[in-house]
Design a protein around this ligand. Structure first.
Ligand SMILES: NC(=O)c1ccc[n+]([C@@H]2O[C@H](COP(=O)([O-])OP(=O)(O)OC[C@H]3O[C@@H](n4cnc5c(N)ncnc54)[C@H](O)[C@@H]3O)[C@@H](O)[C@H]2O)c1
Ligand SMILES: [Zn+2]
Length: 676
């Protein structure tokens, strides 16, 4: 085939693929691929159409807003008085500066340009008309020109006023969303009922709004926020930000976030702030929207076929992508719990490459009907390992394999057990190498004994070679020095380092050792509580469940687990062994400094960014030791902000307040006498 024909064919196929996904998305309120992948296809098409304008097409998805066809709608179709457009997207700081430059170039005479910055809610857009203050009609965006009349359903959304505080005739636009708390509730219920879960809150919101039984809307708790007043200049406002204030005055719900900023660096800094802050909101945001604030300038800037030139969306990195499940590995953890892990076709997710994701337990696999070979949505919540959200059943070709729950431990082949009423299965073998490996990895980890250089690969090797059979053996490794040095990739230097790190760990404080023991439910915080209140391990081992429960922060479940742990003969042996090697089992009383040395008495502190000489806990302890108090946020009560590298929004806020003393880590060390 000729090159031209190949290109033409490719463009056509790409268009069809996008149309297929888009139709499915707008008709069924569900996605066959993630938005990231969808947007990538769209960008690719756009670039090809620009490079080969001869293949441009009027109704290409690059030129169309939203739904490609409203043919199948069950709702009455209504034409919009003013089209509902989309927004052009940006993904990085450069795109924002480009947008600002473009605006400036189109408006060379404007000296005082300002921009309104808003949250970009991830729901579905809606237009509502009020006549004389009464809600008369609500319409979805549809294809931008014609939408669906969903008035009856909208009346069930409690936060949308049916009557405004003033008798005005207006049209407003906003986003219908399902609050995150409601979304989780809904998906949990659906999973329990064996129904298909929604991939994300937006699909759930769209699926809820665009169905005919309006009573479900109230039940699921749909909500809506508004961000636009059509023809705002007719209501005596000059700027977009004023129009949002006006909406609020009429009793219309807005996000309350509409910040007026002057240039790209201000915008970027606030976008950074909201990028963190959005994690604590009860609705999903997929970015921020930047709008030229002065409404008079909008006509001068105009629109493209798809979006206005006076606004741009900044997209946050996606939390959700689609990929394929290649297989399932069953892992044995330190408690003996056997859990499934999905092996994935590698994808990028929030900046890192992902190959594995958690499947939680067999019940969840069954309820979500996830199979090997499935296309799946995976997702990363703040800092947690990726999870498999759902399988895309529409893309199955019949070769998918149903996942089976193991009857025997994948490591030691002992028959697994399930406790009455529990979902998890466990390997009951106390010497299961899988379990011991988990215990060892946990023992040497950061929050526990923190033995540097003792990674999971080394643990695995030591177990395989038989140098270690249990935790106590770690402290006997020095007897294998010569054999260790002969190992591949080890060498004398790294063996030295490892053995020194092991010796040094004997001085780790009592609470760290307690944490490292791996008592069920006891993490580093509760280990600290236990260490502080017991003073030494003999006392702790002798405490009754009731006595344990009297310790603040220790509940009945944990108290029982601690009690049982110390009654286990194997565990007693372990503690004896560790004692014999000289590990710390007594709480060292913190020496109180005399009052005159507490140089920070009455002062408050906060730190931000990465510090060079302290961990987060160390600096807090240092501050407290010297009589100071740690605060968790910048406020008028803050005396000092210690800034490390890459300081973020806290620094900005402190600078704005103007009352906070901002010091570097070096300066802090000088004040507390750590440096001359
Ligand atoms: N996964 C799929 O198969 C699939 C298929 C089609 C579309 N999609 C996704 O749907 C989206 C469709 O794009 P789109 O045209 O709706 O653009 P968009 O969602 O990226 O941006 C435009 C929309 O943002 C909304 N918005 C939220 N807050 C706003 C604010 N403060 N001011 C103005 N608008 C605000 C409005 O509803 C507006 O229509 C994309 O994210 C795309 O990935 C996915
Ligand atoms: Zn086992």
């Amino acid at each position: 085939m000729e090159r031209r024909n190949i290109v033409e064919k490719y463009i056509k196929e790409l268009r069809e693929k996008i149309k297929k996904y888009s139709d499915y998305y707008y008709t069924n309120n569900e996605s066959l691929i993630s938005d990231v992948e969808f947007d990538k296809l769209l960008v690719e098409l756009k670039e090809l159409e620009e490079k080969y304008p001869e293949y441009k097409e009027k109704n290409s998805p690059t030129e169309i807003v939203g739904a490609t066809s409203l043919k199948e709608t069950k709702f009455q179709k209504v034409a919009h008085k003013k089209p509902m457009l989309s927004l052009s997207n940006s993904y990085n700081e450069g795109d924002i500066s480009d947008f600002i430059e473009r605006v400036k170039k189109l408006l060379p005479e404007e000296k005082n340009l300002a921009y309104a910055l808003e949250l970009k809610l991830d729901g579905l857009s809606l237009s509502i008309q009020y006549e004389e203050g009464k809600l008369v009609r609500a319409v979805t965006r549809g294809d931008g020109t014609v939408g669906e009349d969903v008035t009856e359903n909208i009346l069930e959304i409690e936060s949308i006023p049916k009557i405004l505080k003033e008798k005005v005739s207006i049209e407003i636009r906003g986003e219908v969303v399902l609050p995150l708390s409601k979304f989780e509730e809904l998906n949990k219920k659906r999973m329990e009922n064996g129904e298909e879960v929604f991939a994300n809150p937006r699909n759930a919101a769209a699926g809820t709004l665009r169905q005919l039984d309006s009573s479900i809307i109230k039940e699921r708790g749909l909500d809506a926020y508004f961000y636009f007043l059509v023809d705002a200049q007719n209501y005596g406002v000059k700027t977009h930000s004023e129009s949002i204030e006006y909406l609020a005055k009429l009793g219309i719900k807005t996000t309350g976030v509409c910040e007026v900023l002057k240039n790209s660096s201000e915008l970027i800094s606030r976008i950074e702030y909201w990028g963190e802050k959005r994690e604590s909101l009860d609705y999903e945001t997929d970015g921020m929207v930047i709008k030229v604030d002065n409404i008079e300038l909008w006509d001068k800037l105009g629109n493209t076929t798809k979006s206005p030139r006076w606004a741009i969306a900044f997209k946050f990195p996606a939390k959700q992508v689609t990929t394929k499940i290649l297989g399932v590995t069953w892992q044995v953890g330190r408690t003996g719990k056997v859990t499934p892990v999905a092996e994935l076709e590698e994808v990028e997710l929030s900046g890192s490459r992902v190959k594995r994701a958690s499947l939680h337990n067999y019940q969840e696999i069954e309820r979500k009907d996830i199979r090997i070979g499935d296309s799946v949505f995976i997702e990363k919540a703040a800092e947690i390992i990726p999870q498999v959200v759902k399988a895309v059943k529409e893309l199955r070709d019949g070769n998918e394999i149903i996942i089976k729950e193991p009857t025997h431990c994948p490591i030691c082949n002992t028959k697994v057990e399930r406790e009455e009423g529990q979902v998890d299965i466990r390997c009951p073998n106390i010497s299961c190498p899988g379990k011991i490996e988990g215990e060892l990895i946990y023992f040497v980890s950061r929050d526990a004994m923190n033995i540097a250089g003792f990674g999971s690969k080394i643990v695995e090797n030591m177990l395989r070679l038989g140098f270690i059979k249990n935790i106590v053996d770690i402290y006997e490794l020095k007897n294998h020095r010569e054999e260790l040095e002969k190992l591949e990739k080890m060498g004398k230097k790294s063996v030295d380092n490892l053995l020194t790190a092991i010796e040094n760990s004997k001085t780790r404080e009592y609470s760290k050792v307690l944490c490292a023991l791996g008592i069920p439910f006891v993490g580093k915080t509760s280990a600290k509580l236990l260490a502080d209140s017991s003073g030494n391990i003999d006392k702790l081992m002798s405490m009754s469940v009731e006595e344990l429960m009297e310790i603040e922060g220790i509940g009945d479940k944990m108290a029982q687990a601690i009690f049982d742990f110390f009654r286990d003969e194997e565990k007693k042996k372990l503690i004896e062994g560790l004692k014999a090697h000289g590990l710390t089992f007594i709480q060292e009383r913190k020496e109180e400094l005399p009052a005159e040395e507490k140089v920070f008495t009455g002062k408050t502190f906060l730190f931000t960014g990465t510090l060079q000489n302290f961990t987060r806990n160390e600096i807090k302890e240092e501050i407290e030791k010297l009589g100071g108090k740690n605060l968790s946020a910048v406020s008028k009560n803050l005396d000092y902000l210690i800034v490390g590298e890459k300081a973020g929004s806290k620094l900005k806020k402190a600078q704005e307040l103007g009352t906070v003393k901002i010091i570097t880590e070096e300066e802090f060390m000088k004040i507390c006498g750590k440096k001359s």
